[in-house]
Design a protein around this ligand. Structure first.
Ligand SMILES: NC(=O)c1ccc[n+]([C@@H]2O[C@H](COP(=O)([O-])OP(=O)(O)OC[C@H]3O[C@@H](n4cnc5c(N)ncnc54)[C@H](OP(=O)(O)O)[C@@H]3O)[C@@H](O)[C@H]2O)c1
Length: 336
């Protein structure tokens, strides 16, 4: 039996606009005892992701919203500390949707084994986890990149965007990243091998796209929505494909934004915009994971992690993520 205290971050209240520290609270309880068929897991790395802001809303969504007092949603990389199931042994590394907490007892069938031989275990919730698979399936299935295409991706230095651009390069695309600082732009070009990058905070995105790709944009992987989406829509090539992956520029919006304003460009260019969720491709996730792992081993796919030490820092880092503070996949290191 494991004695001690489990800490969990709960949603104390719903944010109105940008979340603040007051929207989060730590809840303490005894470390739970696993029942027959359960495993007791201890969090090593906690993943912080933009979709969690959506769970804090009460409006319509593809997932059930959190209620005040609920543990913040999320996936962790964890170690099995006790097992009452033949499926796992003590010491196994797993990933589990236990949310923002240090310990949990969960049914073994809800937990997935992590193979530490593939890559460092933190990647199980990053490049080899949900964000990497989002990039893989969203790009290949929705954007359908072809050699010679101009591919544009926003939030380009992030967990999803960085992988999108590199898979675009592997497929022979001319890749343009859009990001929020010169440092991030320089990283995607010089480290990840993108062909060009646009700093949307200091440059005119529409003018830069027209200059970099006069024949237009064939594929756009949209992580942000808003005015950046407008700018790309103004520069579409004929029969372009837009993957609506995320709308992070709108996540803290208090009112539903109007638009899209220039949807006529889809008509003019006979283009397609399609929303998707990573879970739409769940049956093929293992194929995608194996492919991503192989590219990492071959040195063709790089990734960057932004690892912050300390469970207590989660709300502040999450608020920062929605402002662009993170540089790469944001993780909280909870224990060794
Ligand atoms: N459809 C799906 O199944 C699925 C799955 C996973 C993720 N997503 C979506 O994919 C997107 C990227 O997720 P991620 O995990 O890779 O996050 P991330 O890129 O690692 O981090 C978020 C980044 O978004 C950018 N950003 C923040 N506010 C912005 C704004 N107002 N305008 C433009 N950019 C802004 C910031 O980068 P800059 O400094 O460059 O602005 C920030 O670093 C999110 O929209 C997320 O919701 C969708």
């Amino acid at each position: 039996m494991q004695t001690g205290i489990n800490r969990a971050w709960v949603m104390a209240s719903r944010p109105d606009g940008e979340p603040t520290a007051e929207n989060f609270a730590i809840d303490e309880s005894p470390i739970p005892e696993p029942e027959h068929g359960d495993v007791l897991v201890r969090t090593l790395f906690m993943s912080l992701d933009p979709y969690m802001r959506g769970r804090m809303r009460s409006g319509p969504s593809y997932a059930t919203p959190l209620q005040p007092g609920d543990v913040m949603t999320g996936e962790v990389v964890a170690r099995v500390e006790q097992s009452r199931s033949p499926m796992f042994r003590v010491g196994d590394t797993v990933r589990s949707n236990i949310g923002w907490q240090e310990w949990a007892a969960v049914p073994a069938h809800t937990v997935k084994l992590v193979d530490p031989e593939l890559a460092p275990i933190s990647t199980a919730v990053g490049v080899l986890g949900m964000p990497g698979l989002t990039a893989y399936f969203g790009l290949l299935e929705v954007c359908q990149p072809r050699a010679g295409d101009t591919l544009v991706v926003s939030a380009a230095s992030g967990a999803v965007g960085g992988v999108v651009g590199q898979i675009g390069s592997i497929n022979g695309c001319f890749v343009i990243g859009i990001a929020g600082s010169d440092e991030k732009c320089s990283y995607v070009v010089n480290e990840l091998g993108f062909n060009a990058a646009i700093n949307y905070k200091t440059q005119n995105v529409s003018e830069e796209l027209a200059r970099l790709s006069p024949a237009g944009v064939d594929a756009y992987f949209d992580n942000v929505g808003g005015t950046i989406l407008d700018a790309v829509m103004d520069n579409l090539a004929d029969s372009a494909r837009i993957a609506i992956c995320g709308q992070i520029s709108q996540y803290n919006a208090v009112e539903v934004p109007q638009g899209p304003r220039n949807i006529g460009s889809l008509l003019r260019t006979r283009s397609t915009a399609r929303g998707f969720l990573v879970y739409d491709f769940e049956r093929r996730h293992e194929i995608g994971r194996a492919r991503l792992a192989a590219w990492i081993k071959e040195g063709r796919l790089k990734y960057r992690e932004d690892i912050v030490d300390g469970f207590e820092n989660a709300p502040e880092e999450f608020i920062g993520l929605l402002r662009g503070k993170n540089f790469g996949k944001l993780l909280i290191k909870v224990s060794d």
